[in-house]
Design a protein around this ligand. Structure first.
Ligand code: HEM
Length: 400
């Protein structure tokens, strides 16, 4: 078997259907995979992905984190911490870090619980865990924190969905995706104007008031575009990922009912179950970087200036890192390896504590609502999106 036999196409219908199908072959046969059609490289082994995520000098985020952006070779126009390298990254991230510490997030428990409960209806025996539940609350939570008026909160999710959607073979954002981003940008700009005139107790007002020390040592306020960048990133990251984790929970526990029973018997196991869901069925499959220099790894040289996929979802199923990685086990030894579902290093997920809190509460509510359930497998559908993966539809029936 030659390396050329392996085809990894992250924009194919096959990949959207089952991203994990190709990863074992990539790790075994092509650990430094090159895709000639789209001209990118991909790292899939745990050791390489973890090292790549930590090494921001070699693997830059400044050109964006998706292939469409990185392959332009232009630095990302919109200022968002996910697409900024040090030292500016540290300065910008420090403006929002304190809002997302585990302690600060713990203080939001009541708000997050109320929000989640508001989207759960107890009087139906059949519903779609994603479309009727998990699409709604994550975006509502983060946009409340930002200060987005209620009438725009779900619209933010629809705009983000549109911008991430990819038809098979489509790499760049569609016209409707670009239009959606433009409309969202305008909404945030107008909101920033309103908050400048009339500050409130929300993140947008805090960002307007914040001062940042620029690289030249000067202290300035953030520009409107920088604040809109924060809001766009936080809204997007907050909207897509927990939604997918909860859809995945409904599917995975239906396949492992004995572990659902374990949670029913002992709710203190929920946090461990969430870590295992993140490892086993990661909502974020990969982030793309651009190599700053030539890199030689496993005998292959990645030339400077190449897009490099860091496949965290593959790394999390690498049997060199984990025992029986394809087995879902909420009791697994989590100290065996670093779980890369939230990334690693300086760009690791800012919202991890919030994601864990939301997921813990949501899973608890699902245990209350659907202690015994079955999935309508024929009705399950997957999203076709770049970077993230998961279920768009998981219809279930509660068994009485
Ligand atoms: C299950 C849920 C989530 C998963 C799996 C997830 C995953 C990730 C990953 C893999 C990264 C690293 C990106 C990279 O290295 O390029 C990241 C970064 C980030 N995430 Fe999350 N995320 C989740 C939820 C959230 C939430 C709820 C928020 C809301 C605040 C959030 C905000 C961010 C931000 C702002 C970054 C960029 C951090 C930086 O570049 O310094 N995430 N996330």
């Amino acid at each position: 078997m030659t390396v050329a036999d392996v085809l990894f196409d992250p924009f194919s219908a096959d990949f959207y259907r089952d991203p994990h199908a190709i990863y074992p072959r990539l790790r075994a046969e092509a650990p430094v995979y090159y895709n000639a059609e789209y001209d990118f490289y991909a790292l899939s082994r745990h050791v390489d992905v973890a090292a790549g995520l930590k090494d921001f000098d070699t693997y830059s985020s400044a050109y964006g984190v998706d292939l469409g952006m990185v392959r332009t070779g232009q630095k990302a126009a919109a200022k968002m911490i996910i697409s900024i390298d040090p030292p500016e990254h540290r300065l910008m991230r420090s403006l929002v870090n304190k809002v997302f510490t585990p302690r600060a997030i713990q203080a939001l428990t009541a708000m997050v619980t109320d929000t989640i409960e508001g989207f759960l209806s107890a009087d139906r025996d059949e519903f779609d865990v994603v479309q009727d539940f998990s699409v709604y609350f994550p975006v509502d939570v983060i946009t409340q924190m930002l200060g987005v008026p209620a009438e725009y909160r779900q619209q933010v999710r629809l705009w983000i969905d549109e911008s991430l959607h990819r038809e098979p073979g489509q790499i760049d954002m569609s016209e409707s995706g670009t239009q959606a981003m433009a409309e969202m940008w305008v909404m945030y700009y107008e909101l920033i104007q309103q908050r400048r005139a009339d500050p409130q107790d929300d993140m947008i007002s805090d960002l307007i008031a914040a001062e940042i020390e620029r690289e030249d040592g000067e202290r300035t306020r953030l520009k409107g575009s920088e604040i809109a960048g924060f809001a766009t990133l936080l809204g997007g990251a907050g909207a897509e990922t927990v939604t997918k984790l909860i859809g995945s929970a409904a599917v995975t526990f239906a396949q492992h009912p004995e572990q659902w029973q374990t949670l029913l018997d002992d709710r203190s196991r929920i946090p461990g179950a969430i870590e295992e869901l993140l490892r086993y069925d990661a909502p974020v499959q990969y982030n793309v970087r651009r190599s700053n220099t030539d890199v030689t790894l496993h005998g292959t040289t990645i030339p400077a200036g190449s897009p490099v996929f860091l496949l965290g979802a593959s790394a999390n199923r690498d049997d060199a890192a984990w025992t029986d990685p394809d087995t879902f086990d909420i009791d697994r030894d989590r100290s065996e390896a670093q779980n890369l579902a939230f990334g690693y290093g300086i760009h690791s997920c800012l919202g991890a504590a919030l994601a864990r809190l939301e997921s813990t509460i949501a899973l608890g509510k699902m245990l209350d609502l659907m202690p015994r359930y079955e999935v309508d497998w024929d009705g399950c559908r997957r999203v076709s999106m770049q970077n993230v993966a998961g279920w768009s539809n998981v219809p279930v029936r509660i068994l009485r």
